[in-house]
Design a protein around this ligand. Structure first.
Ligand code: 5GP
Length: 253
């Protein structure tokens, strides 16, 4: 069998040419990076967990009519997705202050925001994904006004869905990041949710204890990242409740 053509390798995923035109195989690596790749580790099992969790969230979104790139999971680490043109923005939705918003505005982490706040960063690792305003986005032509209306609506629908799903298993959705892809159906273009939705791109806190169940465990050295992601997967029923973490214990202490 011919080797698959690699299209792109990012920090956490590899994209290969898919079996049909317009499809891509998305492979989830075990690599974890933080602070614009200044901190790196390989965490056994992370890719498997994120593949399953992203499948779970994207499938749910598709089922409630929020369009995503997800087609089907292929195996432990790979999923088939629609090929998209990525809009060069990170779309961040926040329900509670944390991370860079807390730093920027001097808000204590966990402070509930008056309403969900949507922010945009320009996707450029060499610049550290800087926060940008809609003025920048319009002036530099990264997205049209119609695109921005659609992106805001997608972001808020994802937020409602994700907040509800997580609340149902005792987890508070603090914030998350999504990426948006452009697809062409004949003469029409539309925007869909792309990339991944996983604990790598969300902040998830246990409602009772405040325990962090997301990538901050790695960023801030708070314990085992696979244990945290496995806990999320178990609560959602993505993994059997009595199972142990998918692989060996994590390398992070
Ligand atoms: P913050 O701006 O506080 O660093 O991040 C806000 C939210 O977006 C967090 O849930 C964080 O995980 C997510 N996020 C922001 N930038 C990135 C990124 O470059 N990669 C990933 N995976 N998530 C990000």
């Amino acid at each position: 069998m011919a080797r698959r053509k690699k299209i792109y390798e990012g920090k956490a995923k590899i994209l290969y040419e898919g079996p049909e035109p317009g499809t891509i195989v998305q492979y989830f690596k075990d690599d974890a990076t933080a602070f614009n790749a200044e901190k790196k580790a390989v965490i056994d099992g992370k890719g498997v967990l994120n593949n399953r969790l992203s499948e779970y969230f994207m499938t749910g979104l598709n089922q409630i009519g929020v369009p995503t790139h997800f087609i089907k999971r292929l195996n432990m680490r790979e999923q088939l997705v629609r090929q998209v043109e990525i809009v060069p923005l990170e779309v961040i939705v926040r329900n509670y202050a944390a991370g860079t918003m807390s730093k920027r505005l001097g808000l204590e982490e966990g402070t509930q925001l008056p309403r969900p706040i949507v922010e945009y960063s320009y996707k450029d690792d060499s610049l550290g994904d800087p926060l940008v305003s809609e003025e920048h986005i319009a002036a530099f032509g990264w997205a049209s006004q119609q695109d921005m209306d659609d992106i805001l609506s997608l972001a808020l629908r994802v937020n409602d869905f994700m907040s509800g799903v997580m609340y149902g298993v005792g987890i508070k959705l603090i914030d998350f990041k999504i990426e948006i892809g452009r697809v062409y159906d004949g003469d029409f273009q539309r925007l869909i949710v792309a990339d991944e939705i996983s604990p790598d791109s969300c902040r998830l806190w246990d409602i009772e204890t405040g325990q962090k169940l997301d990538k901050d465990v790695f960023r801030r050295d708070l314990g085992s990242l696979t244990d945290a992601y496995t806990e999320v997967a178990k609560r959602l029923g993505v993994m059997p409740k009595n199972s142990t973490p998918i692989t060996k214990p994590t390398l992070i202490n």
